[in-house]
Design a protein around this ligand. Structure first.
Ligand SMILES: O=P(O)(O)OP(=O)(O)OP(=O)(O)OC[C@H]1O[C@@H](n2cnc3c(O)ncnc32)[C@H](O)[C@@H]1O
Ligand SMILES: [Mg+2]
Length: 485
């Protein structure tokens, strides 16, 4: 087992985030991959067979796809019902939240009266009692199921006044019993810590089973010499949910609870039915592929997309490697060629968004030439030869009006094609000026600046260029198109 592999953490939903928060604090160099089974939460009312099956699916995913070196079941219900099965089935160490909490309570109690609050499932399993009584059979254990606490936390109401009152009422019996230690036997409950303390009395020791679990993780890493020797940043930790990608609740709660300044890397797993068995698979996030082999264009498009705040990872065509087929640009219009570009790439990336630009220079005195032949007017992508040919053809021509055109075509999975165009007027100079840009930039004069495209900065060009205008146009249509309007 490679000690630099990540630690996996599985949970029924969001409660386990309190465990990962503590783990990130105490184990700053380890990398964590968390799965919250949000599609099937809460686990409390589930049957034992279901809880075992779901926990195993998450564990199998993490072992097979993420090569985790250790698994933490950051959920009391899942620990109570599935820990021993998983410890038998997996070859990596598996740690649950109950044993560490029980042990800490046993050490903390003086009067040997310990309270437990947990989900109904955990209470009914008597898992905490069993653990505590392994150390000392005399300890009196008073358990109470508090499923409502879980719901309030999951609804993000853990700071509400009404929640405080409910906690005070529910926990009053513990005061009467005279506990001196209370186990927070559900990973949601640390978020209610101040209310719980107020309810049971400040003198009662609260045992955060999640925090105790992190001590157990540390001990296990030390014992098996599995501490990482590379430094991970917790910003690289990955959080999976099993609900579909539109569920924002997890993102909001997680960002809030973990108090991170930036958005977390939340990804999604889908539950795949396979005959009688189920397993989890990652839902890959669609990308925006820029179907162009022209690095100048790609740089321009990336800069403008960045300003438009597009929320998809932008991938240049070259990142797709050698599986990219040849794109044959034999259309008679820019739109035809741009469409050919996106359609060719769609064959190898059917689940992605694909954007192509077909563009060119059209000179009035040359009846629109070079037009769709711009890239290969004199020599294939030979800018020098292409510029020379234009200058030669216009040698005795007074009227030097020209336009650059850009036609963008965007397609996406199950979406109609979206077309946006941009045009900029200019004049063909007598000779080249400037070194910036590419193609015909050195001979295309923009009267407004009295400079050629090649004399403008990249920013200035993007503000007024055919491509810049087409992308602005695309940006306007995009929200409605993405929504399918
Ligand atoms: O097809 P891809 O791989 O996107 O890259 P390309 O350079 O071949 O692009 P086109 O087929 O659209 O050909 C457009 C040609 O028009 C010219 N052109 C287009 N936009 C230009 C610009 O902003 N500045 C200068 N020349 C441009 C230049 O010669 C390009 O090679
Ligand atoms: Mg081309």
């Amino acid at each position: 087992m490679n000690k630099n592999n990540p630690i996996g953490m599985v949970d029924s939903g969001v409660g386990g985030l309190t465990v990962i928060k503590e783990a990130q604090k105490q184990l700053p160099n380890e990398q964590f991959i968390f799965i919250g089974d949000t599609a099937r939460m809460p686990y409390g009312p589930r049957t034992t067979d279901e809880v075992i099956a779901y926990t195993l699916q998450m564990a199998n995913y993490l072992v097979a796809k993420k090569q985790i070196k250790m698994l933490v079941i950051a959920c009391n219900t899942a620990t109570a019902r599935a820990l021993t099965v998983l410890q038998k089935k997996l070859t990596i160490p598996v740690i649950g939240v109950i044993q560490p909490g029980a042990q800490a309570a046993q050490l903390a109690t003086k009067n040997k009266i310990v309270g437990i609050i947990a989900t109904e499932g955990t209470v009914n399993s008597k898992a905490y009692e069993a653990q505590i009584h392994q150390y000392d059979t005399d300890t009196v254990v008073v358990s109470q199921g508090e499923p409502e606490f879980v719901q309030l936390v999951e609804a993000n109401k853990y700071q509400d006044q009404a929640t405080r009152e409910l906690v005070m009422n529910h926990l009053a019996p513990f005061k009467a019993v005279g506990i001196d230690t209370l186990i927070l036997g559900c990973t949601h409950f640390p978020l209610l810590e101040s209310f719980i303390k107020a309810a049971v009395g400040q003198e009662v020791t609260l045992i955060d089973s999640g925090r105790e679990t992190v001590y157990a993780i540390k001990q296990c890493l030390d014992k098996l010499a599995l501490n990482t020797d590379t430094r991970h940043d917790h910003d690289d930790d990955v959080y999976y949910t099993t609900s579909d990608s539109d569920d924002e609740t997890f993102q909001v709660i997680a960002t809030n609870w973990l108090a991170r300044s930036h958005e977390l890397d939340v990804r999604h797993l889908k539950i795949v039915e396979n005959g009688i068995s189920q397993h989890l698979e990652e839902i890959s996030m669609p990308r925006l592929i820029l179907a162009s082999n022209n690095q100048h264009k790609i740089t321009e498009i990336e800069a403008i997309l960045n300003d438009l705040g597009i929320d998809l990872p932008v991938v240049p065509l070259r990142d797709l490697g050698d599986k990219v087929p040849e794109i044959i640009e034999d259309g008679t219009t820019f739109e035809e060629n741009a469409t050919k570009k996106v359609m060719t790439i769609a064959k190898i990336a059917p689940n992605d968004y694909i954007l192509a630009d077909d563009s060119g220079l059209s000179i009035d005195a040359l009846h629109g030439e070079p037009g769709v032949y711009s890239a290969r007017y004199a020599g294939d992508h030979d800018d020098q030869a292409n510029n020379d040919k234009v200058l030669r053809k216009l040698a005795d021509v007074v009227s030097r009006e020209a336009q650059f055109n850009s036609v963008l075509v965007l397609i996406g999975p199950n979406k109609p094609k979206l077309v946006a165009t941009g045009k900029v007027h200019g004049l063909i100079t007598q000779q080249r000026h400037g070194d910036n840009g590419f193609g015909y930039d050195p001979i295309f004069l923009v009267p407004q600046f009295d400079k050629t495209f090649a004399e403008l900065t990249a920013d200035e060009k993007n503000q007024i260029s055919h491509r810049g205008l087409a992308l602005q146009e695309l940006g306007k249509q995009l929200p409605a198109w993405l929504k399918g309007v």
